[in-house]
Design a protein around this ligand. Structure first.
Ligand code: DON
Length: 315
């Protein structure tokens, strides 16, 4: 069994000193001011033990990592009928691209690109006021993380509402194809608020346990989703969780992972661990530069990989 505590501290130390940290997301104004010198890491193992290092307690904007929880919520509401409105294929395009939508009649390639996440928000909004829909998602995440202190950063939500012109275009374009049931501003409101949820690495790793535990909330805990659904969400994270860098992430890390432009990544070693990393500097595909590197180091040191003979590593 690898010494996870030692690995966590060594990786955090290396990343804290790393000179090349990438560029923080500046298209969402409040994110442009986040200190790129920060790095946080938290691993929760299948026995429920938590190992944290660096800025693991610092809340950050989870951005697109929220798409995992929103997808889980939408599948709980409409089940497999969701797949009539959104695909399950990697896009090979940037997260905010519009190019495929025209050719594919307003059906987004997958639920993790922005267009797909907007459809998921539209599903979660059905039958609710927007603030009730977002409240439901927030409560779900608090339940998963066992932490009632998780909140939405209203400054970030407002900034996205004021500057999210690409998302506004995507929503309206899908509306024109009949793939948005609500008025675009309502669906966008839900989407922007879910992206603006702030969480620490510790909270995010805790919230990700159900994907490591075959759908159980915690070791020996209640069932959140079926084992099949957990496997399928992990499959989508692996194939689509890093947009046009999903292949590179699978090659380097070998675990299902979902990134966000706030610099966070949630990665899952099924049956082994839920891992949250955060470093605000991004690579050219909008994924955390040091977060990816840290996960590569962790996968190497632990042997955790969905491609290793034992399924998820040697430890
Ligand atoms: O909609 C957006 O552009 C952002 N709220 C989220 C994008 C994002 O996190 C992409 N991930 N790497």
């Amino acid at each position: 069994m690898a010494d996870i505590g030692r690995i966590v501290h060594e990786v955090a130390q290396e990343m804290a000193a790393h000179p090349e940290r990438g560029e923080v997301a500046s298209y969402i104004p409040p994110l442009a001011h986040v200190d790129p010198g920060q790095f946080g890491l938290c691993i929760v193992t299948s026995d429920g033990v938590t190992h944290a290092a660096g800025d693991a307690e610092e809340p950050f904007s989870i951005q697109s990592v929220s798409k995992v929880f929103a997808l889980t919520q939408a599948l709980g509401k409409v089940g497999d009928t969701l797949w009539r409105r959104v695909g399950r294929e990697p896009s090979g395009t940037p997260f905010n691209s519009i190019v495929q939508l025209e050719r594919e009649q307003g059906i987004p390639r997958n639920p993790f690109i922005n267009a797909g996440a907007l459809v998921v928000s539209d599903v979660n909004l059905a039958g609710h006021e927007p603030r009730v829909a977002i409240g439901e998602l927030l409560r779900f995440i608090r339940y998963l993380a066992e932490d009632e202190t998780i909140v939405i950063d209203e400054t970030v939500a407002r900034a996205e509402q004021e500057t999210g012109f690409r998302n506004i275009a995507l929503a309206n374009y899908m509306k024109a194809f009949g793939n948005l049931t609500h008025a675009a501003p309502l669906t966008l409101g839900v989407y922007f608020h879910q992206c603006a949820i702030a969480m620490s690495c510790r909270q995010l790793a805790m919230a990700g346990r159900y994907l490591m535990l075959g759908g159980l909330h915690s070791p020996g805990g209640a069932r959140v989703i079926s084992a099949q659904r957990a496997r399928r969400i992990n499959a989508l994270m692996l194939t689509c969780g890093h947009y046009d860098a999903s292949g590179d992430f699978a090659f380097r890390v070998g675990l299902p992972g979902k990134s966000g432009v706030g610099g966070g990544i949630l990665a899952i070693a099924p049956g082994k661990a839920a891992i949250a990393v955060w470093s605000p500097g991004l690579n050219e595909c909008g994924n955390s530069r040091l977060g990816t590197l840290a996960l590569e180091r962790i996968a190497e040191a632990t042997g955790w990989s969905v491609f290793s003979p034992s399924g998820s590593g040697r430890s």
